[in-house]
Design a protein around this ligand. Structure first.
Ligand code: G
Ligand code: G
Ligand code: MN
Length: 406
């Protein structure tokens, strides 16, 4: 019996009664306190809207009459369903993988996709994955309503924290940098993730203050690490349309210099979150940052928000392949071809290529073979608080041997 599951509701969705029964039985044995079943997607939606305790895990068939699993995922997205999802189906692996990718693209918390019949062993492994996720699990990833006033107060109180996810150099297998990911651990609503507060901060003109707060805290860590002999490049996220303030380069650089930190050890990961209002100003800001030796990285490359014309027009020195591309490469030659040509183009443009979202050895090896420079992903390290980095780095050589079986 797993105590961890005892106070959670889980919902199984399948149009076959036999499958419902057997799966429910497996889940009860795993220790889930409440196991609900629905024989249609419509019924599943009703239960999700009304169940107490709220449904924290849905295990759903992909093929159902009336409303199939793909449409169900869309409905989950609309409802802002924040629980975990496992998909299962009699479809081939390719279809399962695509459904999984679709759920990811919808930012749903998908734990995995498995084929029928459900093997209890495999299911419990997948669910165990849920229990080892970081301190703030995906089930808190509700698109929560956060107001600009709350964000402003939290900035003033210094409540936002930088978490850090290591970037590993493929050739040396050593950490070379960290990406700063904003966290708000003590929000009244519980821990809230950036997807909920960054857009509000951007729309309400608070994003620069938030970025500066994160940079301030990150630079303190950066200085401490460097003093301990750990030289990591520190990358902050900024969206292109927040680059409106012509003073921003000076403010960022002044802050970094005040901590006695070298400017060329800092980096901005730029995304285009919405249509840019003022391209000229953004270009002005980026170019001046570049001239001050701040590194510029184009983030989420391959998604709708970043594209080739940005590579041509803007002074980037790094390209981050979006994880949807990295992960799709397993699904066949066409995806691999896209990835290969993107990497080739990036290399011709003298860009450092970082592959995001590498989750296992197989993906690492594929990325290595393509000639990418760095990897960032759950395979090597999850985001962690600044205080954890030094110990993580100390443990890395041993951990690295284990990961690569050498
Ligand atoms: O780990 P994760 O869920 O933290 O990040 C979700 C998304 O939020 C990522 O796309 C990331 O780029 C973005 N994000 C995280 N921190 C920041 C930040 O400080 N500023 C901006 N603009 N985006 C951020
Ligand atoms: O800024 P950007 O969109 O690149 O932010 C990185 C996002 O990707 C963060 O939300 C981070 O938590 C997430 N992330 C990092 N590594 C992995 C991974 O291996 N798998 C998945 N699913 N997400 C990852
Ligand atoms: Mn990023």
């Amino acid at each position: 019996m797993n105590q961890r599951y005892a106070d959670q509701s889980v919902l199984v969705v399948d149009d076959e009664r036999f499958v419902l029964k057997t799966t429910a039985f497996v889940l009860q044995r795993l220790g889930y306190g409440v196991v609900l079943t629905a024989d249609s997607a419509a019924r599943a939606l009703e239960l999700i809207a009304s169940a107490e305790p709220p449904v924290s895990l849905v295990i759903s068939d992909l093929n159902m009459p009336g409303m199939d699993g793909v449409e169900l995922l869309r409905r989950f997205d609309e409802l802002g369903f924040d629980g975990d999802i496992v998909l299962f189906s009699g479809e081939d692996n390719q279809t399962l993988k695509m459904a999984e990718n679709l759920a990811r693209a919808r930012k749903l918390s998908i734990l995995g996709a498995i084929s029928k019949p459900i093997q209890p062993e495999l299911l419990s492994q997948i669910l165990a994955g849920a229990s080892t996720r970081p301190a703030m699990p995906a089930s808190t990833r509700t698109p929560q309503q956060v107001t600009a006033v709350q964000i402003e107060e939290a900035i003033e109180a210094g409540e936002f924290e930088p978490w850090f996810q290591p970037k590993i150099d493929i050739a040396s297998r050593m950490p070379v940098g960290v990406e700063v990911l904003a966290r708000w651990p003590r929000a009244i609503q519980g821990p809230i993730f950036p997807d909920a507060f960054i857009p509000v901060a951007e729309e309400s003109g608070l994003i620069d203050r938030l970025t500066l707060l994160l940079l301030e805290k990150a630079a303190c860590f950066g200085k401490a690490w460097r003093d301990q002999g750990l030289d990591l490049k520190i990358a902050l996220n900024v969206s292109m349309d927040s680059l409106k303030d012509l003073d921003l380069p000076d403010r960022l650089c002044e802050l970094i210099a005040r901590h006695g930190e070298p400017l060329n050890r800092y980096q901005l990961e730029v995304t285009e979150s919405r249509l840019m209002e003022d391209k000229v100003t953004a270009l002005d800001v980026l170019l001046r940052l570049r001239m001050k030796r701040i590194n510029l990285s184009i983030d989420d490359f391959g998604t709708g928000h970043s594209n080739i014309s940005q590579l041509r027009d803007l002074p980037f020195d790094e390209l981050k392949l979006d994880r949807s591309y990295v992960q799709a490469a397993a699904d066949g030659d066409r995806n691999l071809a896209i990835l290969e040509s993107t990497v080739e183009m990036a290399k011709k443009l003298d860009l450092i290529v970082v592959a995001e979202g590498v989750e296992n050895l197989e993906e690492w090896q594929r990325i290595e073979a393509l000639g990418c420079s760095q990897v960032q992903g759950y395979f090597t390290a999850r985001p962690m608080p600044g205080e954890a980095i030094h110990t993580w780095a100390g443990d890395w050589p041993q951990r690295c041997r284990e990961l690569f079986g050498a």
